[in-house]
Design a protein around this ligand. Sequence first.
Ligand code: 5GP
Ligand code: ZN
Length: 116
Amino acid sequence: MTEQDCLFCKIVSGEVPADVMRESDRTIAFRDINPQAPTHVLVIPREHHPTAAALASSDGDLLAELIREAHRVAVADGVDETGYRVVFNTGSGAGQTVFHVHAHVLGGRGLGWPPG
Ligand code: 5GP
Ligand code: ZN
């Protein structure tokens, strides 16, 4: 997939609409279209990077910003004290379907461990 075809780049540009709940200079957080928990928000960098590992290599500060924004999402939805999970699916075998790095922020219900 090229960046021109990237769904999340299109959300960044506004070409594809999304339920945006937070924005920072370098990130956007929007609600997942198919939520798996009462809080299910995706936090993405505005820049295109395919995976968390690729982003860690090229811009570790931006990866840290995703984690800080994930916490702000949890605070905004009131799930920071009950607990929340931040997930980076990496690779198709782990369920990654959009190759623009995104942190899933999940909370608002009990989350089993290990994940199914
Ligand atoms: P992945 O499977 O790559 O870890 O996560 C991709 C996520 O993007 C999925 O949870 C899926 O529901 C979500 N998603 C796919 N298309 C859209 C869309 O057009 N809008 C929003 N808000 N979420 C989407
Ligand atoms: Zn992209």
